[in-house]
Design a binder for this molecule. Structure first.
Ligand code: KIV
Length: 266
């Protein structure tokens, strides 16, 4: 093994109160840049179905697509811990099918862990994966693969009953042996409670400042899609303007015969 971050080191970060940084990546260029910039963890999220393929949900993403993108990200990086999402349909049918698909993802990509959405209902699978030597990340709160059940991407666990269920699920995931838990779009106060209750690192997205780490979708952080304006996203750049401005400048330069110049020709 190289110098990639390990599960142990990420646990230690929680213990030492050092925040954990995680971003999504799906391709060579972005993965290489974020790895060289010092990101701790890269998640090859099934968000690729929305931000890369243009679907309205993550549901259509397949195991083969996850393998394709995860292998590229693994091969483009040296330092970050790499997690691959298990896409919808790859673990819901049976525990056996889930183990088989997780083994394929680990074997064919070289990633360091898989991520699974859900609490109590995925515990038998989590236990089996951990027995098989596969580190697992849980994902609670807004679980995009269940979008058709909930019908919206609104804030989750606002009501007491749902909040208690989420805490129970986090404890169950911890007992089953997960290496971390993603908390998506839940009240900050609940994320804080979960983070204090479990020893495994919590990584928040729209879950306030008290999680052990933060994750964002890379295209959101870079402001690539002008239609994305979630409250929890901080846009560190406006690449939409930069990209569309560059494309427009290229078009006008070519049309006006200003590109290429003598210096740009052989
Ligand atoms: O698929 C994904 O990118 C995710 C993050 C939003 C946590 O699950």
């Amino acid at each position: 093994m190289g110098k990639r971050k390990t599960v142990k080191e990420i646990f230690k970060m929680k213990k030492n109160d050092q925040k954990i940084t995680m971003l999504t990546a799906y391709d060579y260029q972005f993965a290489k840049i974020m790895d060289r910039s010092g990101i701790d963890v890269i998640l090859v999220g099934d968000s690729l179905g929305m931000v890369f393929q243009g679907h309205s949900t993550t549901i259509p993403v397949t195991v083969d697509q996850m393998i394709y993108h995860t292998k590229i990200v693994v091969d483009s990086t040296e330092n970050a811990f790499i997690i691959a999402d298990m896409p919808f349909g790859s673990y819901q049918v049976s525990v056996e099918k889930g183990v088989e698909n997780a083994c394929r993802i680990m074997k064919e990509t070289g990633c360091n862990a898989v991520k699974i959405e859900g609490g109590q209902r995925v515990i038998p699978l989590v236990e089996k994966l951990i027995l098989a030597g596969i580190p697992v990340y849980g994902h609670l709160g807004l679980t995009p693969q269940s979008i058709n059940k909930f019908g919206s991407y609104r804030l989750r666990a606002q009501k007491e009953k749902e909040a208690y269920k989420l805490i129970d699920d986090a404890v169950l995931l911890e007992k089953a042996g997960v290496s971390g838990i993603i908390l998506e779009k839940i009240p900050s106060i609940l994320a804080k409670e979960v983070t204090e209750k479990v020893k495994v690192p919590t990584i928040g997205i729209g879950a306030g400042p008290d999680c052990d780490g933060q994750v964002l979708v890379i295209t959101d952080l870079l402001g690539i899609d002008e239609d994305v304006n979630f409250k929890f996203v901080r846009k560190y750049a406006n690449l939409n303007d930069i990209i569309s401005g560059s494309v427009k400048n290229f078009i006008s330069d070519v049309k006006e015969k200003k590109f290429p110049t003598e210096e740009e020709s052989y």
